[in-house]
Design a protein. Structure first.
Length: 370
């Protein structure tokens, strides 16, 4: 499901809140989310910018290639006043600001923007003011249509996970497993996939890019599958054992399931994300594994999902963030355990008025690959 419509209201509100005559939003090829969120369209060149002029209420898109401009025109032609080059060292941007006598520009994602573009703004006579964080905060809460986009993305992970288990059963190494999963996802329509994988026993401290490792009987094989569909990222985390699981593996995995459920049970509007993380970590503390919730063994207990694969809120103790309805958050108490090595289990949910609703459908269990 694609949402191809300019979010003009956000740009208009930014200009008002930051008291600027123009808003400039920069995106680069490896952090496209703000451009895609505002416009609903993708780009393939090195960068893209959105320029909003408050006085005329016009929007201009600056794109690095004519192909990107043609795609944007096809979807947003009536909503955008012009499509300009972004690979001219800022000449088109400078001219447009001068032509409209712009003296103040609110800049979003400015930390990623090349210095030559910032210089072009200053050379036009305009002052740059920070407008950081506004779009990101608006992205926290998803509309029903955006939630459906995320549900469709995680459905690809659900459908591809059996390919992961089957590849392990056939004795493939990590490179081969990842290639088969990537192929399956691309056939389903995924535009990208962020995937981590690890194979081994207690020496496994976390998930990594693929290596030349093949599972032996008794090994745990872990993955995060995070497909991107029409710009939206959503993931599941699952653990597979090669051959019958040991009693220790089953016991430890049950603790991870309990920790995930503790986080899910608490997650609802008005709750501080610190308390969600604490609920997960308290399960490990209850069983004597509290030290393995520290940062030297794990990273986060979950995080937001959306146009970026790892959005706010970060689910960790010490993070002061109040959960709101409409947020999509993956809860995953992934960490190292001294008896089994690293274990993962995680699922994305949308926060509802009185709790949360699961978006993934893959069974929450310790899977076995024979």
């Amino acid at each position: 499901m694609q949402i191809k419509k300019m979010k003009t209201d956000i740009l208009r509100q930014m200009a008002q809140d930051f008291d600027v005559q123009a808003v400039l939003v920069y995106s680069c090829a490896w952090r496209k989310e703000n451009f895609r969120y505002l416009t609903g369209v993708n780009f393939y060149g090195p960068n893209a910018l959105v320029l909003y002029l408050r006085d005329t209420q016009q929007i201009y898109l600056l794109l690095s290639s004519t192909l990107d401009a043609d795609r944007a025109k096809a979807n947003l032609g009536d909503e955008v006043a012009g499509f300009l080059p972004a690979n001219d060292r800022g000449a088109a941007l400078k001219h447009l600001l001068e032509k409209n006598a712009v003296r103040t520009v609110g800049l979003s994602s400015g930390g990623l923007m090349p210095a030559v573009l910032a210089k072009a703004v200053r050379d036009s006579g305009a002052e740059l003011k920070s407008a950081e964080g506004f779009i990101e905060k608006r992205r926290y809460r998803k509309t029903p249509e955006e939630v459906e986009c995320l549900r469709a993305a995680v459905e690809l992970a659900d459908r591809a996970f059996p390919t992961f288990v089957d590849a392990i059963s056939r004795g493939l190494n990590e490179f081969q497993i990842v290639s088969e999963v990537e192929y399956a996802l691309k056939k389903m329509g995924a535009e990208d996939n962020f995937m981590l994988i690890s194979t081994g026993q207690t020496e496994v401290y976390g998930m990594t890019p693929p290596q030349n490792r093949t599972a032996k009987p008794g090994d745990l094989i872990l993955t995060e599958l995070t497909p991107q569909l029409d710009g939206w990222w959503c993931q599941i985390c699952r653990t597979v054992v090669k051959g019958p699981p040991s009693d220790v593996q089953k016991r430890i995995f049950d603790i991870f399931l309990e920790a995930e459920q503790a986080g899910l049970d608490l997650l609802k509007p008005g709750v501080n994300i610190h308390d969600v993380a604490k609920a997960e970590n308290d399960v490990f503390r209850k069983y004597g594994y509290g030290e393995y919730t520290a940062s030297n063994y794990t990273r986060v207990r979950g995080h937001g999902h959306g146009m970026h694969l790892d959005e706010a809120p970060t689910v960790n103790e010490g993070v002061d963030f109040i959960v709101e309805e409409g947020m999509v958050i993956v809860i995953h108490p992934n960490t190292y355990n001294p008896e089994t090595g690293y274990v993962v289990v995680g699922d994305p949910v949308v926060v509802t008025a009185d709790g949360n609703r699961m978006l993934s459908t893959t069974e929450r269990k310790l899977f076995v690959a024979n």
